[in-house]
Ligand binder design. Structure first.
Ligand SMILES: [Zn+2]
Length: 170
C-alpha cells in the first residue's frame, strides 16, 4: 500500500485544476495553504495538496506551477527497470525546464534501447543512431520483401522528417 502524507492545519482553498508533477494525474484540489506578500492584501500564491499522492504543488504569483506537470505520457509495461527510470528522469527534467538534462537522458535512453535491441555496448552515440537507421528504416523494407537502396532509405528518412515537421506544426 502506498504511503500517504498527512498535512497539519490544512486549509480549504479555491478549487484549482492542475496536472500533478509527482503522480501525473489531472486533479482539482481544494486543500492547501495560501500565501500573500507583506503589504499586499489578497492571495498571491498557493500550495495545493494532491489528493491522489498527497504531494505538494506550489503555484506562484505568476500562476506558474512547481513542480511542473510531467512532460509526455507514461509508458506501461516497460520490462527494463533502467529504461523506465531514465525515461522518468527525462520527463521530470523537462518539466523542471532542465532541457539539457532531459536531452542527455534521452540520449542515454536511446543507447540503452539500442543495446537491448542488439547494438554493441560501449559504442559511440553516432553508431547507435546508425543502428536505429538500419533497424527502424531499413529492416522493415527487407521484411516487406523489398531491396534496400540508398534512394529508398533517403525516401523513408525524408518521409519521417516530413511527418515529424507536420506533427510539430499541429
Ligand atoms: Zn499527485
Amino acid at each position: 500500500m502506498e504511503k500517504k502524507l498527512g498535512w497539519h492545519e490544512l486549509k480549504n482553498v479555491v478549487s484549482t485544476s492542475y496536472r500533478c508533477g509527482y503522480c501525473g494525474e489531472s486533479i482539482a484540489s481544494d486543500k492547501g495553504y495560501i500565501g500573500s506578500w507583506p503589504n499586499h492584501p489578497g492571495v498571491q500564491a498557493w500550495i495545493l495538496i494532491c489528493h491522489r499522492c498527497t504531494r505538494p504543488t506550489f503555484i506562484d504569483d505568476d500562476n506558474v506551477q512547481y513542480p511542473g506537470s510531467l512532460f509526455g505520457d507514461s509508458v506501461k509495461d516497460v520490462s527494463d527497470v533502467s529504461v523506465d527510470r531514465i525515461y522518468a528522469e527525462a520527463r521530470r527534467a523537462y518539466s523542471a525546464s532542465a532541457y539539457t538534462g532531459s536531452v542527455l537522458c534521452c540520449r542515454k535512453l536511446l543507447m540503452h534501447i539500442a543495446v537491448a535491441k542488439g547494438a554493441k555496448a560501449g559504442d559511440s552515440f553516432a553508431s547507435y543512431v546508425e543502428f536505429y537507421a538500419i533497424i527502424i528504416l531499413c529492416l522493415p523494407m527487407l521484411r516487406d520483401g523489398g531491396i534496400i537502396s540508398g534512394q529508398k532509405v533517403m525516401k523513408r528518412i525524408t518521409r519521417s522528417i516530413w511527418r515529424l515537421k507536420k506533427k510539430q506544426r499541429n
